[in-house]
Ligand binder design. Structure first.
Ligand code: LIP
Length: 289
C-alpha cells in the first residue's frame, strides 16, 4: 500500500461477542448504580408485571451501543414490545427472519430489582437466521458475566462452564418461576411444582429466568423449567446451557428454538425424567383442546 494512502477509520473491537459483553457490562453497571432510586414503577399486563424507568433506560443504552457497531442489525427488546404474550409472539414472528437479530432483556428479574433482592440480570443474545450464536448473561450483584459462543463453549470469569452430573431427580436441585398469567400458566406451573418437588432435593424460585439458566450452565442447578416465557428471557441462557453440555427443549421435548415459551433446561442426564413428570402431571403448559 502506498504510504500516503489514508487507512479509513474502522471500529476495531467489533466482534459480536465483544459488543454483547460491552453492552451487558455497561448496562449492568448503570442498573446497579440506580438500585433503590426507582421513580417510575408501572405495571404491564398485571399487578405482578413490572417495568421501571431503569428497564427502559438500560434498553435504550444497549440499543444505541449495538447500532453504533452494527447499524443494519435488528433488535428485539422486552421494552420495545407491547406487553402480553400475543404481542411478544407477533414481534418475534416479524423479526425472526432477520439475518442478525439481537434479543435483549435489560433487566431480567425486574420484581427483584424493584425490591432490592439481588438476583437479576442483563440478558443479551444474537441470533443469525434464527439460530442463537452469542449469549451473554450478566449478574451485576455478583459481578458474574456468563458468555457463550456457538461451537466455542461457555465461560464465567474466563473459566469454562460445565453442567452438573446428577443423573436422578432425587439428587437434583431444580429452579422454576411463577408465571404472571394467573389463569393458565401459573396453575399449570404449580401442578408441575407439586409433581416435581417430592421427587427432587429441592426447588428454588429466584425470579430471573436468564440467571437460572446461567446457573444450570455453570452446574449450580441441575435443571430449570418454567411456562410462558419470552424469547428475551431464554435465548442467551439456552446457548449457555447447550455450550456447557446441557439440554434445552420445550416441555414436550421439542428442541429449543426462539419461539419456545414453555422451557425445560437441564444438565441433560435428568431431562427425560423432568419431561416425564410434567407430562404425567399434565403440566406442560400446552392446552389439550
Ligand atoms: C421475568 C423472569 C422471571 C419469570 C417471569 C418474567 P422480567 O422477567 O425472568 O423469572 O418468572 O415470568 O418473565 O419480566 O423480569 O424481565
Amino acid at each position: 500500500m502506498n504510504k500516503k494512502e489514508k487507512v479509513p477509520y474502522v471500529v476495531t473491537s467489533k466482534s459480536y461477542t465483544a459488543v454483547a459483553i460491552n453492552c451487558a457490562a455497561k448496562a449492568g453497571e448503570w442498573i446497579k448504580s440506580r438500585i433503590g432510586t426507582v421513580k417510575q414503577l408501572s405495571t404491564k399486563t398485571s399487578a405482578q408485571d413490572l417495568v421501571t424507568e431503569v428497564d427502559k433506560g438500560a434498553e435504550q443504552m444497549i440499543r444505541k451501543l449495538i447500532l453504533t457497531h452494527f447499524p443494519d442489525h435488528a433488535i428485539l427488546g422486552e421494552e420495545g414490545v407491547e406487553p402480553g404474550a400475543e404481542a411478544s409472539m407477533k414481534a418475534l414472528e416479524a423479526a425472526k427472519e432477520e439475518p442478525y437479530l439481537w434479543i435483549v432483556d435489560p433487566i431480567d428479574g425486574t420484581t427483584n430489582y424493584v425490591h432490592g433482592f439481588p438476583f437479576y440480570s442483563v440478558s443479551i443474545a444474537l441470533a443469525h437466521k434464527g439460530e442463537v450464536i452469542v449469549g451473554v448473561v450478566y449478574d451485576p450483584s455478583r459481578d458474574e458475566l456468563f458468555i457463550a459462543e456457538k461451537g466455542k463453549g461457555a465461560y464465567v470469569h474466563g473459566n469454562p462452564t460445565l453442567v452438573s452430573k446428577e443423573s436422578s431427580l432425587s439428587q437434583s436441585l431444580l429452579a422454576t418461576g411463577f408465571p404472571m398469567d394467573t389463569s393458565f400458566n401459573l396453575p399449570q406451573n404449580m401442578a408441575g411444582l407439586q409433581a416435581l418437588l417430592p421427587k427432587v432435593r429441592n426447588v428454588r424460585g429466584g425470579g430471573s429466568a436468564a440467571l437460572h439458566m446461567a446457573y444450570v450452565a455453570a452446574g449450580r442447578l441441575s435443571g430449570y423449567w418454567e411456562l410462558g416465557l419470552n424469547a428475551w428471557d431464554v435465548a442467551a441462557g439456552a446457548l449457555l446451557i447447550q455450550e456447557s453440555g446441557g439440554k434445552v427443549t420445550d416441555t414436550e421435548g421439542r428442541p429449543y428454538d426462539l419461539a419456545v415459551r414453555n422451557v425445560v433446561a437441564t444438565n441433560g442426564a435428568i431431562h427425560e425424567s423432568v419431561l416425564d413428570t410434567l407430562s404425567e402431571a399434565e403440566a406442560t403448559g400446552f392446552r389439550k383442546d
